[in-house]
Design a protein around this ligand. Structure first.
Ligand code: ASP
Length: 332
């Protein structure tokens, strides 16, 4: 199945894997400049996370460092560059989990936190709770020293245009349609690859053999009614357990929530004795598409073996391990 995407790094400690979202990422939609920009941003994220690991910092530090870089880049649907809701707002979700003690923190539907992953970590370490939402989450984040930004900071023209096309499609305007993708039975808007690509995530194994996972997203373009996706739901879009694996998902969140996708991978390993690759493949190639959903995930186990299966045309992804060289991929 995902053999070409799976790597064995048996016995190797300290490794970091990232994704920048799954979707209709195909060469025909990329200009060389755009491809270069994505490669550079993914490389920078890998280096930021890996240097934390090399300095002997924890996997939680590394996950946070890598995700911050992608949140600060306008290229990804997280932090600056988050997609717009139906009402033209940015409402972001993020989560982080520590596989050593199963502690987790998450925030949902926040609009003013520059780096939502920082707030998720603060929830994990400085609150008695796991998930905070909306103004309460923002108040807490501000109190904990997270950098706050006005809505204008998160605005990008590309995401705004993407929303305008989605709104036209909502009204049945076929000129906003470019491509029909039979694999996912969906129509994509002109020049916009996919409504739900660009979520970012990271999983890491540190020198002490601990695992962590984190995910950050603007959710899905044109989302309604303060919708919250899978990313901040522990067990759905994000999960880490030293006994099994660390997982960060991307894709059509509702399906990852209904199947508790990330925890299912862990459960298949823990209770069915599956290896990481088989467990991740089962979720991404059978369970999710079996219900009509699509997306991908990054998965890493305590041996340093990892996989990044996806059932969409592409997924921004990469890893960095012992050789210290960032490896970045986009297409199938
Ligand atoms: N899974 C995210 C959500 O549904 C979107 C994505 O991964 O692009 O909110």
């Amino acid at each position: 199945m995902s053999q070409v995407h799976a790597q064995s790094t048996q016995g190797q400690k300290a490794i970091l894997v990232i994704h920048g979202g799954a979707g209709v990422i195909e060469k025909k939609y990329m200009t060389p400049e755009k491809e270069q920009a994505y490669k550079a941003a993914l490389t920078q994220a890998l280096e930021a996370g890996y240097s934390a690991l090399q300095e002997g910092k924890t996997c939680v530090d590394a996950v946070q460092a890598a995700i911050r870089v992608m949140e600060d880049s306008p290229l990804f649907n997280a932090g600056k560059g988050a997609v717009f809701t139906h009402d033209g707002k940015n409402q972001m979700d993020a989560a982080i989990m520590n596989g050593a003690d199963l502690k987790a923190g998450a925030i949902a539907d926040v609009s003013n936190i520059k780096n939502p992953i920082d707030a998720a970590r603060a929830v994990m370490e400085k609150s008695p709770h796991v998930l905070l939402a909306c103004e309460g989450a923002e108040k807490f984040a501000e109190k904990e020293g997270c950098v706050m930004e006005p809505p204008s900071y998160f605005f990008t023209q590309d995401r705004w245009d993407q929303l305008q096309r989605a709104l036209k499609r909502d009204k049945g305007d076929t000129t906003a349609v470019l491509d029909f993708d039979p694999r996912v039975n969906k129509i994509y808007g002109a020049g916009e690859e996919d409504d739900k690509f660009g979520t970012v995530g990271c999983v890491a194994l540190d020198q002490s053999g601990n695992l962590a996972a984190g995910t950050s997203t603007g959710g899905m373009t044109d989302k309604l009614y303060d919708r919250i996706g899978d990313s901040p739901i522990i067990g759905a879009g994000t999960y880490a357990n030293n006994k099994t694996c660390a997982i960060s998902c991307t894709g059509w969140g509702e399906f990852f929530m209904r199947t508790l996708a990330a925890k299912t991978v862990s459960d298949l390993m823990e209770y069915k004795g599956m290896d990481l690759e088989n467990a991740a493949d089962t979720v991404i190639y059978h369970i999710i598409p079996g219900l009509g959903g699509d997306g991908g995930m990054i998965a890493l186990d305590k041996n340093g073996d990892f996989a990044f299966p996806f059932n969409t045309p592409g997924m921004f992804r990469g890893y960095i391990g012992k050789d210290g060289v960032p490896h970045v991929f986009m297409y199938k």
